[in-house]
Design a protein around this ligand. Structure first.
Ligand SMILES: C[S@@+](CC[C@H](N)C(=O)[O-])C[C@H]1O[C@@H](n2cnc3c(N)ncnc32)[C@H](O)[C@@H]1O
Length: 355
């Protein structure tokens, strides 16, 4: 039996499918590049020791309108199953499956809490933007951990607490106005946005409102959600440990890397402390994209606090290109949240694996 919160979440995503549906998965990938955690590109981060098998069994838990077909299209050797509460989102995914002839994609309407009932285990589980909408996110992560292979890897995304301060203030206003995720709420939210002053925390460092607020589904997902919590770095680490998993690394270390923002004694703090400080100082992470694995994979973790890194083979991460003169060895990173681009000089001790 579905509890009332899950029922409200399902209804919201049936009325306002998120992310907004796409017509053509190939065109989307051409324009935007691969999704976070696509094993075709993020394999080295998911499995620094090499992927456990070519034909990965992949679960997209809370797959939304397009994640599962996008992963299936890019990984034809792998089998992908997408599960979601929302019939509407699954119908959009199913249209993409038909359009692109994706025989490696299966879709099921179900709660991720019930994935054990599939009687399968997975090499890779992707669950992005979902667990923070569950009444009990710990139970959700535990359910996923139970179907992860011992050598498996999970790519997760949870909303970030510090950088979303403004979102929760506006959510609070809308709650006081008594509106919900429907047409009336949407109208009132649009009206309210006209009154949000430029100095409000809802505005990004670029001086713009988040791009999601340009579309109905984005406004509902961000401002009118019936069940929405965010995580700080320490809360993420506790959340992962409580499920019996290990934190295996950030998708993009650059957004957590203290060397960019701190100096001196602050850099002597343990990494988790540095990440917590950077989160509150730089406010870069409105979303936290990260990897988790089972404890037996701990020895494969990429680390720079011992001499092990001296034997690593540097690997250029997906989306990074040579900027300008090849002899200058300057890498340009793809624009990430907030539209920041960064150039990184290659060479020296920092040139290590996928930093
Ligand atoms: C913000 S969307 C993210 C979609 C997709 N993961 C992505 O990154 O594009 C959240 C999705 O999670 C689904 N969802 C929420 N709770 C769920 C649950 N308990 N089981 C399965 N899906 C769930 C919603 O229906 C919605 O499609």
């Amino acid at each position: 039996m579905e509890d009332t919160i899950t029922q409200a979440v399902r209804k919201q995503y049936e009325a306002y499918s998120y992310p907004p549906p796409i017509e053509d998965a190939e065109a989307f990938l051409k324009q935007w590049g691969p999704l976070t955690c696509d094993p075709r590109f993020a394999g080295i981060q998911l499995w620094p020791e090499g992927r456990p098998r070519q034909e990965l069994r992949i679960l997209c838990a809370g797959c939304g309108s397009s994640q599962a077909p996008l992963i299936a299209l890019n990984n034809p050797d792998c089998s992908v199953i997408g599960v979601d509460l929302s019939e509407t989102s699954l119908a959009h995914s199913s249209r993409l499956r038909d359009r692109h002839g994706l025989k490696n994609l299966e879709l099921r309407q179900m709660s991720l809490l019930d994935v054990g009932q599939l009687n399968r285990s997975f090499d890779l589980i992707l669950c992005t933007g979902v667990l923070h909408h569950l009444p009990n996110p710990d139970a959700g992560l535990k359910a996923l951990a139970d179907v992860l292979e011992p050598s498996g890897s999970m790519g997760l995304m949870l909303d970030g607490k510090a950088a979303r301060t403004g979102v929760y203030q506006v959510q609070d206003i809308l709650r006081r106005l008594g509106v919900g995720p429907d047409a009336e709420g949407l109208g009132i939210a649009r009206e309210l946005l006209k009154f949000v002053p430029q100095h409000h925390y809802l505005f990004e460092s670029t001086g713009k409102l988040p791009i999601d607020l340009a579309q109905d589904a984005g406004i509902v997902d961000m401002l009118l959600h019936p069940q929405d919590r965010a995580y700080s770095v320490p809360e993420i680490l506790e959340f992962v440990a409580a499920a019996g998993l290990i934190f295996f690394g950030w998708n993009d270390n650059a957004d957590y890397c203290a060397d960019r923002f701190l100096s001196g004694e602050m850099l002597a703090l343990p990494p988790a402390e540095q990440w917590a400080i950077v989160e509150n100082l730089a406010l870069l992470n409105a979303r936290h994209d990260f990897f988790v694995r089972k404890p037996q994979s701990a020895h494969f973790q990429v680390r720079f606090d011992t001499d092990d890194y001296l034997s690593y083979v540097p690997h250029v991460r997906s989306g990074v290109k040579l900027a300008g003169d090849p002899n200058a060895l300057v890498l340009s990173r793809a624009a990430s949240q907030g539209g920041r681009d960064a150039d990184i000089a290659l060479g020296g001790p920092d040139a290590g694996a996928d930093r």
